[in-house]
Design a protein. Structure first.
Length: 559
C-alpha cells in the first residue's frame, strides 16, 4: 500500500455525496452526522472506523457529530457500557461537546408517532407470538401470510396499544406491527414489529415503560428528531433503508439521508458483540479489556495509540463492498507511530548470564544511550555497565550456522552503546544440556561501541547489567485465533493456545517507575506498554503491543 497523504487521498463516495449536497444547498449548508452505538457491549476496532468516519466528516466539513445511545433493549444494556463508550470516543480524540443524546430521551415522542400510525390505519396490534410470526413471514421466493389480527379497527388497536403500555399483557403476548406489505420482496417491509412488551427496568427510565420501540423504528426517528443530515450506516442496513424511508414518509417527519458503507472486517479477529461477550462470560479472556480482544479498551491496554487507529481508519478508506483487511496492516500503522514516539530501552525476555572475565569486579561504569534515534530531541540516558550482564539466549550459539553474527565461541560482537566482547568459554548444564553461563573478555578501548584500530564487527546485541536489572512480568500476546476467518463455523475451535505467554524478563532499571500506559521499544525485541491495570508502583507489568517484524511493510516493498 503506498503512503497516503492529503494530496493523494481520493474523495470517497460519502464525501462526494456531501460535496454535491453542499453545492445544491440541500441541507442549508449543514453537515450533521451521528455515532449511534447500542450500549450492550464494549466498542471494538470496527466501531472505531465508524467513529473516525462520522466525527471525521463533521470536523472536515466544519459540521457537527452527535453521540447518541440507541438504548431500546433494557434487557441487554448497562450504564457500564455507556461509560465505556464515552471513554473510548474521547480517547480516540473526538468530542460531542453538548450533543449527547439517548433514544430513551424520545420514548414519549416515539410512542406518539406509533399512535399516529395506528390512527392512520398503518399499524395494528398483533397477537401472534414470535414463532407464529416467523412461520407467516414467508421466504425470499414466497410471500408472507397476513396476520389474522391485521384488520382490527383503529379503535380496537388504540385501546389494545394503550393497555400494552399500561402493562396489562404478558411479554410476548402482543406486539405493535406496521401495516405495510406482506408480499413485499424485501422481508423487512413485511409488517415489521414496531413495539414489543418487555417488563424490564431501563437503565435511564427505570420502570416507567414496559413496552419498548424496535431499533428500525427508533433509529430513523431519532435521526429525524436530531435533524441529522447524513445518517451513515454499515452495509447490513442497506436492506433496511426502504423501511427507514417508509416510517419517515408516512409520518411526515424530517427526512435525513441514509448512506451505507462497508464495515471493517479484520483477519484473525471476531467483530460480533455476541461472540465477544461469550469470550468474556466463559472466561476465555480476562475481560472486555483483555489485550487480545479487538475492543478499543483492549487495544488501549495493549499499547495501541489513538493516532495509529485514526491513521489506520483513514488509510483503509471507505468503500461500498465488503472486504477483509489484513491484521498486519493495523500492526504496521501502530509500528509507524510508536517508532516515532516510543523511547528505546533494553529488555531481556529470555536471559542468559554473561560474565566478562577481565572486567574489574567492583567497577560500574555508565554508558550513554540514545532514547530515540528517530527523534534526537528526546535526548539520551545513562546505563550502568558491570562485570555480569544478561543477554538474550537466542544471541548465543555453541555451534552457529554460517552468517550467524551474534555471540559464539571465538566470535566478537558489539554490546549496544558499550564495548566489543569475545566469547572465550561457556558453562553447560550436564543434565539438560542448556547453556547457563557465557564467559567473555572485553576490549576496554572500544567503549561506546567502536574500535580505535578500525576493526569491524558485524553483530550488535542488547544487554542489561545484572546487578541493576529489575525483574518484571512481561506478557507476550499474539492473535487470539489462529485462523484468518474465525467467524466461519465454530470460532472456539480456532482459539490460539499460544495467544498469551508470560515471562519474567530482566529490564533496565529506568523502567522501574514506568507509568501505567506508557509505551516503549525494547531494542531488537518489540514495542511494549506498561499495563494500565496490573502495574504497581515500582513493579510494572508489560504487555507486548507488537513485534518489530513488519510483514506488511515487506509485502508493500516487494509489491
Amino acid at each position: 500500500m503506498p503512503e497516503i497523504n492529503e494530496s493523494t487521498v481520493p474523495t470517497n463516495f460519502i464525501k462526494k455525496i456531501i460535496d454535491d449536497d453542499l453545492l445544491t444547498n440541500k441541507w442549508g449548508g449543514r453537515v450533521n452526522t451521528r455515532f449511534p452505538p447500542e450500549p450492550n457491549g464494549y466498542l471494538h476496532i470496527g466501531h472505531a472506523k465508524s467513529i473516525c468516519l462520522n466525527f471525521g466528516l463533521a470536523n472536515e466539513y466544519k459540521g457537527l457529530c452527535n453521540l447518541r445511545f440507541d438504548d431500546t433493549n433494557p434487557s441487554k444494556e448497562e450504564t457500564e457500557y455507556v461509560d465505556s463508550i464515552m471513554e473510548d470516543v474521547r480517547w480516540l480524540g473526538f468530542d460531542w461537546v453538548d450533543r449527547l443524546y439517548y433514544a430513551s430521551d424520545y420514548f414519549d415522542k416515539l410512542y406518539d408517532y406509533a399512535v399516529q400510525l395506528v390512527k392512520e390505519g398503518k399499524a395494528y396490534v398483533c397477537d401472534l407470538n414470535a414463532n407464529q410470526m416467523r412461520e407467516t413471514r414467508g421466504t425470499l421466493t414466497e410471500p408472507g401470510i397476513d396476520s389474522p389480527y391485521r384488520n382490527r379497527s383503529v379503535e380496537e388497536n388504540l385501546d389494545l396499544f394503550d393497555r400494552m403500555k399500561k402493562g396489562e399483557y404478558e411479554e410476548g403476548s402482543k406486539t405493535l406491527r406496521a401495516k405495510i406489505d406482506m408480499a413485499s420482496g424485501n422481508l423487512n417491509m413485511r409488517d415489521p414489529v414496531i413495539y414489543r412488551i418487555l417488563k424490564v427496568d431501563h437503565h435511564r427510565t427505570g420502570d416507567k415503560w414496559c413496552i419498548y420501540p424496535m431499533y428500525d423504528f427508533t433509529h430513523c426517528l431519532s435521526d429525524s428528531i436530531e435533524h441529522i443530515t447524513h445518517s451513515i450506516c454499515t452495509l447490513e442496513f442497506e436492506d433496511h433503508r426502504p423501511l427507514y424511508d417508509w416510517f419517515l414518509d408516512e409520518l411526515g417527519a424530517y427526512h435525513p439521508q441514509q448512506i451505507e458503507f462497508a464495515r471493517l472486517n479484520l483477519s484473525y479477529t471476531l467483530m460480533s458483540k455476541r461472540k465477544l461477550l461469550a469470550l468474556v462470560e466463559e472466561k476465555i479472556v480476562s475481560g472486555w479489556d483483555d489485550p487480545r480482544m479487538p475492543t478499543i479498551c483492549g487495544l488501549r491496554r495493549r499499547g495501541y495509540t489513538p493516532e495509529a487507529i485514526r491513521d489506520f481508519a483513514e488509510r483503509i478508506g471507505v468503500a461500498k463492498k465488503d472486504s477483509t483487511v489484513d491484521f498486519a496492516f493495523l500492526e504496521h500503522c501502530i509500528r509507524e507511530d510508536l517508532n516515532k514516539h516510543a523511547p528505546r530501552v533494553m529488555g531481556i525476555l529470555n536471559p542468559l548470564k554473561v560474565v566478562i572475565d577481565n572486567y574489574p569486579d567492583d567497577l560500574v561504569e555508565e554508558v550513554e544511550a540514545i532514547n530515540n534515534p528517530e527523534d534526537l530531541t528526546m535526548g539520551t540516558r545513562k546505563l550502568p555497565f558491570s562485570k555480569v550482564l544478561y543477554i538474550e539466549k537466542d544471541d548465543f550459539m555453541v555451534d552457529p550456522p554460517k552468517k550467524y553474527y551474534r555471540l559464539a565461541p571465538g566470535n566478537e560482537v558489539r554490546l549496544r552503546y558499550a564495548y566489543y566482547i569475545k566469547c572465550v568459554d561457556y558453562v553447560k548444564d550436564e543434565k539438560s544440556g542448556e547453556i547457563t553461563e557465557v564467559h567473555c573478555t572485553y576490549d576496554p578501548e572500544t567503549k561506546g561501541g567502536s574500535s580505535p584500530d578500525g576493526r569491524k564487527v558485524q553483530g550488535t546485541i542488547h544487554w542489561v547489567s545484572a546487578p541493576h536489572a529489575i525483574d518484571s512480568e512481561v506478557r507476550l500476546y499474539d492473535h487470539l485465533f489462529n485462523a484468518e476467518n474465525p467467524g466461519e463455523g465454530d470460532y472456539k475451535q480456532y482459539l490460539n493456545p499460544d495467544s498469551l505467554k508470560i515471562v519474567i524478563a530482566k529490564l533496565e532499571h529506568s523502567l522501574k517507575d514506568a507509568e501505567p500506559g506508557s509505551r516503549w521499544q525494547f531494542e531488537r525485541v518489540g514495542y511494549f506498554c506498561a499495563d494500565n491495570k496490573d502495574s504497581l508502583p515500582g513493579k510494572p507489568v508489560f504487555n507486548r503491543t507488537v513485534t518489530l517484524k513488519d510483514t506488511w511493510a515487506k509485502i508493500v516493498k516487494k509489491g
